[in-house]
Design a protein around this ligand. Structure first.
Ligand SMILES: Cc1ncc(COP(=O)(O)O)c(C=O)c1O
Length: 443
């Protein structure tokens, strides 16, 4: 039964976080080691977390909708995951040998979707995406990939293209420009990353056909958060699948974020048969993880039995038993009922915010399927990266909403998106909806 939510605490002090940031500035560029989670003037420093709440070093408590960027699906310090990790710590944290836990987690994930015939683990979603791309190159003998304009897939060079285009440089909608994010990105990387617009099936077909002989894979996130956290249409996904098959291009579905959408991941919701899937976040139970999974014949590029593999994949801490046992415990807790419950909480949150916005006459849209949400401060239709691109004035209002929520004890990502975790209650969601309703007219 749902318990009433404790009153969210208003932030009383930031003195402890301010002092830590001042020290951090002396030893880290910009005082941070993580670009995505930084916001001005600086984030609060976490002291600990329990369930759906985080306490910072000043004693402020936040209801956590960021969930470490969509990964902590069971919130913080879930007792069963903690017990599993402690049990493993006592008998070793990593070995130069495989363990049974790695086999168990592989069986668990492959058992949830027939499309995932085999899997290899990595330490981050970035590494999972990188391994998928290398596998596709090795399997097809082609060098290039295609990705969706604006979509984020981690910090591997070839996917850091067209992340942050703006009207001045993004080119035409039907043929988006290839824009390197990092200064100094080699021209060869840009040349081998083709960019396609989100949800425009005909433009996509045209661009893929024009580049077919060089393309190893298309990288698709079916609900890319930076593209507005809108779901891809069935027609777009179907066209991509058909065209990639026709042209001998592999389809890699990046489910690092969206795996939580259903028991088998995101692809079953679109009835999609991917060649490869990149995974991360929730499958690690709060520990660092990534993975590539999919067709057995494609995955065999990693097989090193009696030969040099086509792609050497793995690292010192790959499939370490701490991550494996945390992930296994988290996924066993994430049964169909748990997913249905947080997806229903998501429906409650989206409908509640829409009702508050309507009541106060502020234009707002809440996108996201299942346990995801992103709040857009506009009523203009959002169909892709360009329509989700905020004006300077909207950016300012989004930053104010983010900061005001933080001051009132609610942690969301800087673009005001989030996910729900299994410890959350109806009362938690209602408290958030109410806070949004109070803040919206003040923006
Ligand atoms: C869709 C997507 N793919 C890949 C990644 C990279 O995952 P990681 O941060 O674990 O490297 C992210 C990270 O947010 C992501 O959102």
């Amino acid at each position: 039964m749902d318990m009433p939510a404790p009153e969210p605490l208003r932030r009383n002090s930031t003195a402890g976080s301010d002092a830590l940031f001042a020290r951090a500035l002396k030893v880290m560029p910009g005082g941070s080691t993580r670009a995505a989670s930084f916001f001005d003037p600086h984030p609060p420093y976490a002291a600990g977390g329990a369930g759906a709440r985080i306490t910072d070093v000043d004693g402020n408590v936040y209801l956590d909708f960021s969930n470490n960027f969509f990964s902590q699906i069971h919130g913080h310090a879930h007792p069963e995951i903690v017990a599993a990790i402690i049990g493993q710590v006592k008998s070793g944290t990593s070995f130069p040998l495989p363990t049974e836990t790695e086999v168990l987690l592989a069986e668990e994930i492959c058992g949830r979707s027939p499309a995932l015939e085999a899997i290899r683990f990595a330490n981050s979603g970035t590494e999972g995406v990188m391994a998928a791309i290398k596998a596709a190159r090795a399997f097809t003998g082609r060098p290039a990939i295609a990705k969706i304009e604006g979509a984020y897939h981690g910090s591997y060079d070839h996917v850091e293209i067209s992340l942050d285009g703006a009207p001045a440089n993004w080119g035409t909608a039907g043929a988006p420009a290839r824009i390197a994010y990092a200064r100094g990105t080699p021209d060869a990387v840009v040349a081998d990353t083709v960019v396609v617009p989100f949800d425009d099936a005909e433009a996509c077909r045209r661009i893929l056909e024009a580049n077919a002989d060089r393309l190893a894979a298309v990288l698709l996130d079916v609900q890319p958060s930076r593209v507005g956290m809108i779901p891809a249409s069935q027609a777009f996904v179907d066209t991509l699948r058909t065209v990639t098959r026709e042209l001998g291009i592999l389809l890699i579905v990046d489910e690092v974020v969206t795996y939580r959408l259903s028991y088998g991941g995101a692809h079953p919701l679109w009835d999609l048969q991917p060649d490869l899937v990149a995974l991360g976040k929730v499958i690690g139970g709060g520990m660092p993880i990534g993975a590539v999974a999919g067709r057995r014949d494609v995955m065999s590029v990693f097989d090193s039995r009696g030969r040099k593999p086509d792609v050497a994949q793995g690292g010192t801490f790959t499939a370490n038993p701490l991550t494996m046992i945390a992930g296994l415990t988290a996924l066993r807790l994430l049964d169909r009922a748990a997913i249905a419950r947080i997806n229903a909480l998501g429906d409650r949150l989206r409908a509640g915010i829409a009702a508050q916005a309507a009541a106060c006459g502020v234009p707002v849209q809440v996108t996201g399927l299942g346990s995801f949400f992103r709040i857009h401060l506009t009523d203009a239709p959002i169909t892709g990266y360009r329509s989700a691109f905020p004006s300077d004035e909207t950016k300012r209002r989004v930053a104010t909403l983010h900061r005001t929520l933080l001051d009132q004890g609610f942690l969301v990502t800087p673009n005001v998106s989030g996910t729900l975790s299994t410890p959350m209650t109806d009362a938690d969601i209602d408290a958030f909806i109410q806070a949004i309703g109070q803040i919206l007219p003040t923006l």
